[in-house]
Design a protein around this ligand. Structure first.
Ligand SMILES: [Zn+2]
Length: 449
């Protein structure tokens, strides 16, 4: 038997890791940032000069100068780098310097047609921009704990090392992880993912390593036609079903936990607000401030709780999807729903959805949003779609779905999740509604006759 060759496409993604503050390290990164910013602008100017030279050469001799003959380089970035090397960013490690020059030259080359037409002006780099760091410059990536990783970054040239009186140009840094980035770092350490050429950038006084990594989504394991459906709900935050296994069901999280937490928060808020009332108008000032602070603290607590839960749940869901071989995740698009009390549903859902989407992408799972209407009213066994007007009949209680057409009884969340896990479910529902409408008309006509 001949094994069919499947083309494995690699994917490249970027992830942001905070570099832990250390005065000396941050000063060093700031210095490199500054050097590289000047280097890029200088390189752009030189590229522009070359371009002008090239044009006048062409006007005079009717042909463009051959950069290979003149400089020994196919494209001028190599030559520009050689020129700049002498007295620009000399303390910066050669790979960062070369990559920065190449980046600036490539950008210029890209923009050139529009620059020549006067549509855009030449790029000027900003002081606070990022600088490149090649994969080879990042070594000894080590896990200390799930939130703490260390690595070495080759940042300085021999001159830079001498200037700063260091032993070598390999700088130890500590990385802080969040948003599930530790999963990626673990895979980089195990070799499952490969480091790619990355960047270091600064936002709001913090430096970040923008880790680029490549991986091959395992298409043989993840099948796009195997769909995981996720129903979000009040009793159970997320219920999972898969399209290819009718016995599979998984309940994620506990709604009661959220409700208990919410009640605690409400009680605490009430106490603070009451103490505010009690203080009366006479004591405006510090007292109010303290209480506002206390309320802010509560909001922070809610946000933290929510975030932690959503991280754990989304991680669990993605792990389940991979385990079940699902290449697609389907969930409801709940934007603009106003029916029922959806406080809890929306409260957790938007962030949860964000996390699921983000983590699914990391492992190569496609996320599809579907129209939520009728997904809980459709019987997954016979396909019959119930009307909202007699919900008390088919939805016996929060947990139980009871089909009025085929008598099938099921857990309501599982029934919905199974519908959501179906390929082309929106089309299936639309067609079924047509069928039911016609049958109804037919019945009415029959009665009338
Ligand atoms: Zn049914």
């Amino acid at each position: 038997m001949v094994k069919k060759e499947t083309k494995q496409k690699t994917m490249t993604k970027t992830m942001r890791c905070e570099i832990k503050y250390d005065k000396e390290l941050y000063n060093l990164l700031s210095d490199i940032q500054y050097e590289v910013y000047r280097l890029k602008n200088k390189a752009t100017t030189l590229a522009y000069d070359w371009q002008n030279f090239s044009y006048s050469y062409n006007e005079r001799f009717g042909t463009y100068p051959n950069s290979k003959e003149l400089t020994g380089q196919v494209w001028i970035s190599g030559d520009i780098n050689a020129i700049l090397k002498k007295d620009h960013a000399k303390s910066v490690y050669s790979m960062t310097r070369e990559s920065a020059v190449k980046e600036a030259c490539d950008k210029f080359k890209n923009d050139m047609p529009q620059i020549m037409k006067g549509e855009i002006s030449i790029a000027r780099y900003k002081r606070d921009g990022s600088f490149p760091i090649r994969a080879k410059q990042i070594t000894y990536l080590t896990r200390v704990s799930s939130k703490k990783y260390t690595c070495k970054l080759a940042l300085l040239s021999r001159e830079g090392v001498k200037e700063r009186e260091l032993k070598n140009g390999q700088i130890d840094v500590e990385l802080r992880t969040g948003n599930g980035s530790n999963i990626i770092l673990d895979r980089l350490i195990s070799g499952e993912y490969k480091l790619s050429d990355s960047k270091i950038g600064k936002t709001k006084n913090k430096f970040y390593l923008l880790v680029a990594y490549t991986f091959t989504p395992n298409r043989e394991i993840l099948d796009e036609n195997k769909i995981m459906g996720i129903d979000v709900g009040i009793n159970v935050p997320a219920t999972l079903a898969v399209s290819h296994d009718k016995y599979y069901r998984q309940f994620v999280g506990d709604g009661k936990e959220i409700r208990d937490f919410e009640n605690q928060v409400i009680a605490r808020k009430r106490r603070i607000q009451q103490s505010r009332k009690w203080a009366g108008d006479g004591s405006v000032g510090r007292g109010i401030k303290t209480r506002t602070k206390a309320l802010d603290k509560i909001s922070g607590k809610i946000a933290n709780f929510k975030q932690t839960k959503n991280h754990n749940w989304s991680k669990f869901i993605i792990d389940e999807a991979v385990k079940m071989g699902c290449g697609t995740i389907q969930l409801e698009n709940l934007t603009g729903i106003a029916e029922e009390n959806t406080f809890l549903k929306t409260w957790t859902f938007y962030q949860l959805k964000q996390y699921i989407t983000y983590k699914a992408e990391q492992v190569g799972i496609k996320v599809v949003e579907i129209d939520p209407s009728h997904t809980s009213a459709r019987c997954n066994k016979c396909g019959y779609i119930h009307k909202k007007s007699n919900k008390d009949k088919w939805r016996l209680n929060q947990e139980t779905f009871h089909c009025q057409n085929c008598n099938h009884k099921a857990n309501a969340d599982v029934n919905a999740a199974r519908n959501i896990a179906m390929k082309d479910i929106e089309q299936i529902i639309k067609e079924q509604l047509e069928v039911q409408k016609k049958a109804n008309q037919h019945a009415l006509k029959y009665i009338a006759e």
